[in-house]
Design a protein around this ligand. Sequence first.
Ligand code: SAM
Length: 216
Amino acid sequence: MINKEQHFEKMREDMVNSQLAPYGINDPKVLKAMGTVPRHLFVEEALMDQAYGDFPLPIGEQQTISQPRIVAEMTQALKIDKNSRVLEIGTGSGYQAAILSRIAYKVYTIERINSLYVNARKLFDKLKYHNIVTKYTDGTIGWNEESPFDAIIVTAGAPKIPDELINQLKDGGKMVIPVGDKRTQNLLLLEKNGSSVNERNLGACRFVNLIGKDGW
Ligand code: SAM
């Protein structure tokens, strides 16, 4: 008989082997983080058995935890390491921040819905993910006091790239952000080089809306 934790560990291993490794996720740091963080704890109890499926899930407040593959893709695109300081806009369940925190030096994450912010903070403490700092506010204006960041990740769909987030990115830093209309977006990978910003389109995606001063 296997216990509950072994059951979820097996599901996590299957997720890495079937949904990530065959689809271009090859950074060992990302694969290790995805194989370690207990994704089932980031969803409500009734959904735990679906947590390692190849789809997003509801987390309440009409928000979602992203599909594992998109979490891994966005993380890999940022090219972070143990020295990186990363800003995330849209804490949601906290899962993406948890993945980043297993690779980076420190993660700063902002959420605009209080109940999600409170739940994620509690879970980070329970899991002893002490290198995650949380804030409850509108993230479209970034986190100026802690800037500049090596990487910025926006996990909600924006109508345009918020200027303030570009300002808070280090020279040479990378940002991933879904940009488009309210229903579908393109996942953009930006790299700041002095006063210019290089842009690459990683493909179509669908996120909930980024709501705030420099969002919808
Ligand atoms: N990263 C999350 C995870 O791992 O569960 C998924 C995030 S969910 C797709 C998008 C989140 O962005 C929602 O929780 C939403 O409330 C939040 N959000 C939207 N606009 C925001 C803003 N201006 N500032 C901070 N959070 C925002």
